[in-house]
Design a protein around this ligand. Structure first.
Ligand SMILES: N[C@H](CCC[C@H](N)C(=O)O)C(=O)O
Length: 277
């Protein structure tokens, strides 16, 4: 018995989305990895399940391409928010995740806005393996006397992020080489998503991300949120910025009153399919 799914993306970050509101969906890590495989499976950055929730319109479960189950996924929240709003006729839906509750609403031009909640900024919340100032942690890559990368910010959006500030947009080789090195660095007990911020203006960032468990992706929603928060904390940008990622453009706002981070961006339904589980 096959399992229907929607193939979707948010700014190019792509997902296989399974509606598990009526029928449970519990793939093993190996099955999740096989689905995500771009050669022999459906191919996606993350596998997503929309599950029932006693406290929200739905619970969103996330598996990375490597089969690991993780806390949350910003771009997928926008896609799942769209699916739920379309199916219920609502303009606002509450989506719970292992990284905390979020609210999705319709935005202009068919885009979806998600309230990602407040960033978690204490070293124990990222988490880090030792106490550090998360505005600029003691981590460097490359020669001791001339590091290629150093003093990044660290932020959790429900999932762990380290954010480096670079003076030019890094190429694929640099992102892959340094990202894969840092993803499993012992300073990050739960691993980490690695962002590279090239600040173009106080309200404009170019961002590339090496994702924990998925590698170099076209966009990372929580990564864009973490990048804006880390940049604002360092005075590199304001609290409101356009974030250009490989697959498109996101708008990130770190609200002064609520302390919540809002992400607005496009969603796309690419196709439907059936999983041969
Ligand atoms: N790789 C992330 C999960 C997906 C995040 C990303 N795709 C997003 O849009 O936030 C992690 O292991 O925490």
């Amino acid at each position: 018995m096959g399992r229907p799914f929607l193939k979707m993306n948010g700014a190019g970050n792509d997902f296989v989305v399974v509606n598990a509101l009526e029928t449970p969906f519990a793939p093993t890590a190996e099955q999740a990895r096989a689905i995500a495989d771009r050669t022999t499976g459906e191919g996606c950055d993350q596998l997503i399940a929309i599950e029932p929730s006693g406290t929200a319109d739905a619970f969103m479960r996330v598996w990375n391409a490597d089969g690991s189950m993780v806390e949350t996924c910003g771009n997928a929240l926008r896609c799942v928010g769209w699916v739920l709003m379309e199916s219920t006729g609502k303009d606002r839906v509450l989506i719970d995740t292992a990284g905390g509750p979020t609210v999705a609403t319709r935005a202009e031009d068919g885009q979806v806005r998600v309230d990602m909640g407040a960033p978690r900024l204490h070293w124990t919340e990222v988490p880090l393996a030792e106490e550090m100032d998360t505005r600029g942690i003691e981590l460097q890559v490359g020669p001791i006397d001339a590091p290629l990368l150093h003093t990044p910010g660290a932020v959790s959006m429900g999932n762990p992020h380290v954010v480096f500030f670079v003076s030019e947009t890094p190429d694929d080789g640099f992102v892959r080489g340094s990202g894969s090195l840092i993803e499993h660095h012992p300073l990050f007990p739960e691993g980490v998503n690695v962002g590279f911020v090239h600040a173009l203006a106080p309200d404009h960032i170019r961002l590339r991300v090496w994702e924990r468990g998925a590698g170099l992706t076209k966009a990372c929603g929580t990564g864009a949120c973490a990048a804006l928060v880390a940049s604002a904390r360092r005075g590199v940008t304001d609290r409101h910025a356009t974030v250009d990622v490989d697959g498109g453009r996101l708008r990130i706002d770190w609200d002064e009153d609520t302390g919540h981070v809002f992400m607005t961006g496009p969603i796309e339904v690419e196709r439907t399919g059936v999983l041969a589980l």
